[in-house]
Every structure is written in C-alpha cells, then in structure tokens.
Design a protein around this ligand. Structure first.
Ligand code: ATP
Length: 286
C-alpha cells in the first residue's frame, strides 16, 4: 500500500492572455501548493480499478462521482494506457479539500494517483512523463504533480519551477456557492477584464525576498466575473484585509478567497470571517 498527500493549490495570480483555437485560454499564473490536502491510498488489485471516497468532512461531497468520471479514476486509466499494462488499483480517498472551490481538489487527487501508481508498480516514470499523462486529465494536474511555487503558462500545463518562497500562513474562506471553471471563462470572454498581474515583476520581487511589494501586485483576471455571481467574495476580501491580511484574493475561478499572513494574525483573520457563512481553513504555503 502507498499513501500520497494530495495538496490543494492557490493561484497567487491569474492572467488571461487570450482564447486559443482548441477552446482553452492562454494563461499565465503563479501557482502555490498549500498544506490543505486529501489523503490518497493505493493498493495493488487484480480486479481492475476501484474507488472509495470518504467525503464526510466536506460539504456536497456526496455529489462527487465515484466511477470513471472521477479524476482519480481517470488518472489510473491514463497511467495504465501510458504504461501499456493492465495495472489494477484500489483507490481510497479521504477528502478534505472543498469541491468546486478553485483549489484543484479533483486535479490533485489525479496527480496523487499518478505519483502513487508510479511508486506502487515501481515504473520509475520521471516527473516530466507523469506531467504528460496528467495534462490529458486536466490543465492543473501537472502543477499538482510538481507542487511548490510555479509559473504555469499555456493552458496551465507549461511549468517553470520558481525559487521556493517563504512559507507564509494562509487563511482560506470558501463562501456558499460553486463556480464552474468553464462558466467563469465564458463569462469573462463576454466582458474581458483589464486585469493583468505583472508576473515577471512579481517573480523578481520573490527572488529578492521583496514580498510586500509582490503581494501588492497579486491579482486574478476572473475575480470580477466571480464576484458578480457570488458577492460574498468581495465581502470576505474586505474583512480579511481589515483584519490585517497582507493580501486577500480569490483563487482560480473561485469562489475561495485566500488571505496571506504572518502567523500572529491568523486568529484575527479567521475570526473576521467566521460568522460570514463561509467555510474557514487555516493552512500554509507548502
Ligand atoms: P480547479 O481549481 O482545478 O478549477 P476546483 O477546485 O474548482 O478545481 P474540483 O474540486 O476539482 O474543482 O471539482 C470540480 C468538479 O470535479 C466537481 O463537480 C466534482 O464532481 C468533479 N470531480 C471529479 N473528481 C473529483 C475528485 N477526485 N475530487 C473532487 N471533485 C472531483
């Protein structure tokens, strides 16, 4: 049996550079892994692929499919195809990452299955090979394989690993409601925002340890689209900033808002959103 931590991600920035012929968007995003994670356990099996999920810790988890529509199951299929072997696997997932939240909950389970099957069957695939398999499943899967801090370009699958940054504390607030990623991009296309985070500048600021300047530059091109659907996003941001967050921004296509902070402000920021109806998580950069 092997066990993998499937960590969530946040988008420190999200820039949309344009629509592509393949239906995706050309993006440029600074991605950060965080310590909030599902646990994915894998066992060899002679009976093909099977999946069990414990979703009691998350809201709405009963709606996640437990068949080949699940990204973890799809990862096992793609792994078998790539290796040309009928590797059977029993997958057990304990979910902690809220779903449809902009935290890559499904993608990270898929990434954990790819990493885990590589260990279980001692197939010695490189990270680059695992990422190639991962990009067939979803644009965020390669980042979830690599983790840390990365610039993600193309449709999100072209990764440049960045120098590790300080492990700041993070408070997440997931308001009631879900946003589907295709809906967010489609709505953005109808009314493109003029928000373009200066990613190259931010990366330089990180390299110089100039974090406060970098935080001022964080932005997410999909945030205004999401706020129109879920106005609580703007309210959460404002509360977290008033409570002393260094930056408070929506992650991915939302609706989760993350606040970056030093440890001493974690409690105050958590308290500031605790009566808002949002689910609150305390975590950190990983
Ligand atoms: P992203 O940040 O990559 O857009 P997200 O966090 O917004 O992802 P997910 O949590 O991955 O969204 O859920 C999106 C959809 O994927 C849900 O409708 C869910 O049913 C489906 N899904 C498939 N497999 C999984 C999984 N292993 N865990 C969670 N959701 C899954």
């Amino acid at each position: 049996m092997v066990s993998e931590k499937a960590r969530a991600k946040i988008n420190l920035t999200l820039d949309i550079l344009g629509a592509r012929a393949d239906g995706y968007h050309e993006v440029s995003m600074i991605m950060q892994a965080i310590d909030l994670a599902d646990t994915v356990e894998l066992e060899k099996s002679s009976g093909g692929i099977s999946l069990e999920m414990d979703t009691t810790k998350i809201i709405g988890g009963e709606n996640i499919p437990c068949d080949e529509k699940n990204l973890a199951w799809r990862a096992a299929i793609e792994f078998q195809k790539f290796c040309g072997e009928n590797f059977g696997v029993k997958i057990n997932i304990e979910k902690r990452i809220p779903m449809a939240a902009g935290l890559a909950g499904g993608s990270t389970d898929a990434a954990a299955v790819l990493r885990g099957m590589n260990r279980l069957y001692e197939t010695n695939l490189t990270d680059a090979q695992l990422c190639k398999i991962g990009e067939k499943i979803g644009s965020d899967v390669p980042f979830c394989i690599i983790g840390g801090t990365c610039l993600a370009e193309g449709r999100g699958e072209i990764l440049t690993q960045l120098t590790p940054i300080k492990k700041f504390d993070v408070v997440l607030a997931k308001p009631v409601g879900e946003i589907s990623t295709p809906w967010a991009y489609k709505t953005y296309d109808d009314n493109p925002a003029k928000i373009h985070p200066p990613n190259a500048e931010i990366i330089k600021q990180f390299e110089h340890g100039n974090y406060d300047a970098a935080f001022k530059n964080f932005s997410n091109a999909l945030e205004n689209v999401a706020i129109k659907k879920i106005p609580a996003i703007a309210e959460l941001k404002s509360k977290m900033l008033t409570a002393g967050a260094k930056v408070a921004l929506m992650s991915g296509s939302g609706p989760t808002v993350f606040a970056v902070t030093d440890e001493h402000n974690v409690e105050k920021i958590s308290q500031s959103v605790k009566d808002s109806g949002a689910q609150v998580f305390v975590t950190k950069f990983f």
